[in-house]
Design a protein around this ligand. Structure first.
Ligand SMILES: [Zn+2]
Length: 409
């Protein structure tokens, strides 16, 4: 990596267009000056043009020289990249996604909308509709349906887009240090947020209190009764009432901190009033809650999948070369023979799919572990056992349904 850093620094130094732009500007100046002279005295045209020839030629030569240096810089950097990132063929004998092109299109469109790239998303959706995908059979899905399994109708995308536009507007206001739209959104969605155990509305209101408390010199708001200490107290009286049950302790802390007002930086409450990271924090919480109320994860699934894939790639390449060398095959579908260590943020609550019924387990149909250690869904267990002694579908052990234990994932 160090080698690449050095090469990149060289590229930045040598391969920039500053010199070329200066030289082109000089040519333009010469041409403009000549034009003005000819306009002023049309009879001098032939002399002026003749005089212009040599300077122009050397000017163009200079521009070409400048570009040569840039080309050389790029080609050196390209060589360094090739050397440090040798091209390796990706294992492509089995494309697990080939049978689900509609789902992939949907994931891409969703990602673009979530990122606020609305016009790119709509162009993408239009083009995807103009060229309907043709799913190819894969071992996991030998007969993929042409139907739109992951259909993402223009209407649906419009709805989602409108919602994300709203989200970006609110985030934009937060960036401009205006909490009101976010607080209003949290107030409207209070019940839903509380059901999720979210503190968002209070966090936003608390930040508004601290923001007002900092006063006009910090927050730049008008210096009147709605700002500074009186403004913060007024805000607390008007808005903190509804938070008293859940956040009494926090409110007490804010109130006590008032006593330390002359010397806050040395007070035990310094942390509450140090809001440097608070704006980023509330923006992140707001985005997370907003997405979760739409039934979406805070991070784009496409981003997570692509990043996890990039992390896994070296291991997969190694695996592919071992499989090729040993002439063995890994036959289990949708499962890797190696563990890929992913960062904690990419590890999600596991789900369990019953290996017998292929259904995801639910609260009503939970996963049950038999004494042999194999796990199936409760309904499958009942069907297998018919109430009596039965054999595990995965090993020779026999057991009674009452010996199976519910497991919690
Ligand atoms: Zn078993």
């Amino acid at each position: 990596m160090d080698v690449l850093q050095v090469e990149l620094a060289k590229l930045r130094r040598d391969a920039n267009l500053t010199q070329s732009i200066q030289d082109v500007d000089r040519i333009i100046e010469q041409l403009e000056a000549a034009r003005e002279s000819i306009v002023a005295d049309p009879n001098s045209a032939s002399i002026i043009l003749a005089k212009l020839q040599n300077p122009l030629k050397s000017g163009f030569d200079k521009v070409n020289d400048d570009l040569k240096k840039i080309h050389k810089g790029h080609s050196n950097y390209g060589k360094a990249l090739d050397k440090n990132f040798p091209v390796k063929a990706l294992p492509n004998e089995y494309d697990a996604l080939a049978s689900h092109p509609s789902l992939i299109n949907r994931a891409i469109a969703m990602h673009l909308i979530r990122e606020g790239q609305f016009s790119v998303a709509s162009t993408f959706l239009n083009e995807a509709q103009g060229h309907p995908p043709h799913p190819a059979p894969t071992p996991g899905t030998p007969h993929p349906s042409e139907s739109d399994e992951g259909d993402f109708s223009p209407q649906k995308s419009q709805e989602l887009q409108a919602k994300f536009e709203n989200m970006y507007q609110i985030l934009q206001e937060l960036k401009g240090r205006n909490l009101h739209p976010a607080i209003e959104w949290a107030r409207i969605n209070r019940d839903e947020l509380e059901k999720r155990g979210s503190d968002l509305e209070f966090e936003l209101s608390k930040l508004q209190f601290v923001w007002l408390f900092q006063g006009p010199q910090v927050n730049g708001l008008p210096d009147d009764m709605n700002n500074g200490l009186p403004g913060a107290l007024k805000y607390a009286r008007e808005h903190f009432g509804s938070f008293q049950n859940r956040f009494l302790r926090d409110i007490q802390q804010l109130a006590t901190a008032m006593a330390y007002r002359p010397n806050l930086p040395d007070s035990p409450y310094y942390r509450i009033f140090n809001i440097q990271s608070a704006w980023d924090d509330v923006s992140a919480s707001f985005t997370r809650e907003f997405c979760s109320l739409l039934g979406l994860s805070a991070e784009s699934p496409l981003y997570i999948a692509a990043t996890a894939g990039a992390i896994a790639l070296p291991t997969l390449l190694k695996l592919a070369s071992i499989v090729k060398e040993k002439r063995t095959e890994w036959t289990t579908q949708d499962e890797l023979p190696v563990e890929i260590a992913l960062p904690r943020s990419m590890i999600y609550h596991p789900i369990f799919v019953c290996p017998v019924s292929k259904e995801q387990t639910t609260e009503a149909n939970p996963p049950m572990m038999m004494p042999c250690g194999h796990v199936v869904a409760k309904e499958s267990l009942n069907r297998l056992s018919k109430g009596g002694r039965f054999k595990c579908p995965y090993c020779p052990n026999e057991s009674q349904p009452k010996d199976a234990r519910r497991i919690v994932l």
